[in-house]
Ligand binder design. Sequence first.
Ligand SMILES: NC(=O)c1ccc[n+]([C@@H]2O[C@H](COP(=O)([O-])OP(=O)(O)OC[C@H]3O[C@@H](n4cnc5c(N)ncnc54)[C@H](O)[C@@H]3O)[C@@H](O)[C@H]2O)c1
Length: 310
Amino acid sequence: MSGLVVGAMVMTSLDGRAVVVTGAGQGLGRAFATHLAQVGAAVVVNDIDRDLAESTVDAIESAGGCAVVSDHSVADAEQAQAIVDLCVREYGQIDGLVNNAGVSYEALPADEDPRLAHELIQVNVLGVIYTGLAAVRAMAGRRGSIVNISSGASLGQRMLGTYAASKGAVASLTYSWALDLEAARIRVNAVCPLAHTRMVRSSERALRNCPPDRTPEMVAPLVSFLISDLSLGVTGQMIRCNGPQLHLVGQPYLKSPILERDSWDSDSVERAFSEVFHAHLEPYGLEKRLPPMLRKWLSWHDDAERTVRS
Ligand SMILES: NC(=O)c1ccc[n+]([C@@H]2O[C@H](COP(=O)([O-])OP(=O)(O)OC[C@H]3O[C@@H](n4cnc5c(N)ncnc54)[C@H](O)[C@@H]3O)[C@@H](O)[C@H]2O)c1
């Protein structure tokens, strides 16, 4: 399989490929499954909401595509295995997995409910691990591509600590699996989407950042590209698409200067910050907030500017 050249355009073709999309009953997952089927893949449409999954399958079949329903939960290891088994039973193989199923809630740290945090981690982190591991075992000996759906929230976002942590875990899994699986010819990338879906509609804050014209369909071609051989050679990457914008997300790195001495005691740690690191602190979170130690210099700068202008 490779790209189809139509005029001057290269089109993804997934003819003969079998792909699992989790959480595909609505929103982004539905758009991913539909687009993958449009470009030729046979798709396992998984969602714990069976009616929604069936409606995605109906839409794919009405358009001439090939799909089958799975109503298993990714949050259970045996059910996650069953999703992949279904793909292999129906289509003889699994070539791609889109780890999309996810849940979200907002809470300030002091108001977090540990049970909700546990449930979220089960779906957003363990669900990705369970389904991913089942897919990797089934892909052994053949090429494969896994796309994990992360989020810009993985950089840190207010009110979203547990969700952000789960998406940060997905980013770390992506980098680690990409390292481990390159020799096995399985590529692993992550996508940070932004689209108007039920998840966004359930949050006033998210709605403010996501106009209704940001449809899930705008993100789907990126996912099909990453699943297809058009993206051979691309692995270990996090890519963000918010509709109009498409860009890579930088890799976390060990930042210089790296100070060295035989050992670090309280005094030397304090001096490392007051003498060196204070000038190297970084803006943090998705909103790139300046740490207070830097902010005081910025307000000095603002005051100075005001004085100059007045
Ligand atoms: N919408 C956005 O702007 C946005 C931004 C960043 C990341 N994401 C991520 O994209 C993915 C899809 O989000 P969405 O906005 O389409 O959400 P959505 O709520 O519209 O759809 C999520 C689907 O996942 C299903 N699901 C939940 N738990 C499941 C489980 N245990 N097993 C199988 N299916 C399950 C739900 O039934 C639902 O149909 C999520 O991982 C989300 O975190 C979304």
